[in-house]
Design a protein around this ligand. Sequence first.
Ligand SMILES: Cc1cc2nc3c(=O)[nH]c(=O)nc-3n(C[C@H](O)[C@H](O)[C@H](O)COP(=O)(O)OP(=O)(O)OC[C@H]3O[C@@H](n4cnc5c(N)ncnc54)[C@H](O)[C@@H]3O)c2cc1C
Length: 287
Amino acid sequence: MPESFRAKQNIPLSEMTSFRVGGPARFVLYPQSYEAIAEAVSFAKEHGLPLALLGKGTNILASDQGFDGCVIRFDTPFHEPIYHGTEVIACCGTSMTALAKDTVRHGLMGMECLCGIPGTVGGACAMNAGAYGGEIKQILKRIRILKDGEDRWIDVRDCDLGYRRSAFAFPDAIALEAAFSLRPDDGTAYETMQRCMEKRREKQPLELPSAGSTFKRPEGHFAGALIDRCGLKGYTIGGAQVSPKHAGFIVNIGDATERDISALIAYVQQTVLRETGVMLEPEIKRI
Ligand SMILES: Cc1cc2nc3c(=O)[nH]c(=O)nc-3n(C[C@H](O)[C@H](O)[C@H](O)COP(=O)(O)OP(=O)(O)OC[C@H]3O[C@@H](n4cnc5c(N)ncnc54)[C@H](O)[C@@H]3O)c2cc1C
C-alpha cells in the first residue's frame, strides 16, 4: 500500500454514510493530498479493484452486501480556503457548511443559502447541490478535476451542470478544488444564513439518519407534497420510514437495511405514480 494515503480494511459503509446503512467496504483509502488521490485511483486500477468515491456520504444508499473494492474517502480539506478579492478557492474535501460560514465571515455573499447542506464541497459540486433559491451552478466558476489520469482546471461553462447533476461527478471525474465567484456582502448574508438553518431545523427530520431528500423535484411539483397527498407520511417498511415531519425524506428509524429503504422507495414510487401520474426519480446515489 503506498504511504501517501492511510488505508483501512473491512470498514462498514454504515459508518461512512448519513443513512447509517451498508455492509463492509474491503478497502477504504484516506488520501492526504491531491497527488495521493491520483495514487489511490492507480492503486485500485493496478489491483483490478472497483472504485467508489465518498465525500461525507450524505447522499448515498450503500448496499447491505458492502463493496468489494476500494472506497476513496475525500472528506477532509488539505488546505484552508484561499481568498482573492471576491473569489474563494476551496479544497473539495472541505465541509460545505464550514465554507459557507467562512465566506460570510470574510464579508462575502452568494453561498449563505447553501449553509446546512451536510456534505463536502466536492459532493456539492458533483451533485450541483442547492437550497432555498441558491445553487452551486450560480457561483461555481472553475473546478480542478482528476479525469483519465489528468489533473487540470476547467471552466464551468464547459460543464453540463443541471438539476442535481454535473459532468464532473464520480465516476466521470474527481473534483479536487473549486473556485467560486461571490460578491461583497450587502449586510444581509448572516441573517439569510441563519434563516436558512432555522428553516432546516423546523422542516427537516435532522434528528434521524437520512440522505436528505430521497427524490428529485419533479417538473412542476414537489416530491414531498405528492408523497404527503398519497397519505404516505409515516409509512414504514422494516426500519425505513417516510418521515412524518417531511414526506420528502426517508429516515432510518432503527436498524434499517438497504433492502428496507429500497423497498420503501419502490413502494412510494408506485403509489405516487398510480395516484398522481408522476414518476419520482431518486436523488440519492448507490454504492
Ligand atoms: C439532512 C440532509 C439535508 C440535505 N439537504 C440538502 C439540500 O438542501 N440540498 C442538496 O442539494 N442536498 C442536500 N442533501 C444531500 C447531500 O448532503 C448533498 O447532495 C451533498 O452535496 C453531498 O455531499 P457529500 O460530500 O456527502 O457527497 P457523497 O454523498 O459522499 O457523494 C454523493 C455523490 O457525489 C460524488 N462525489 C462526492 N465527492 C466528489 C468529488 N470530490 N468529486 C466527484 N464526485 C464526488 C460521489 O461519488 C457520489 O456519487 C442533504 C442531505 C442530508 C442528509
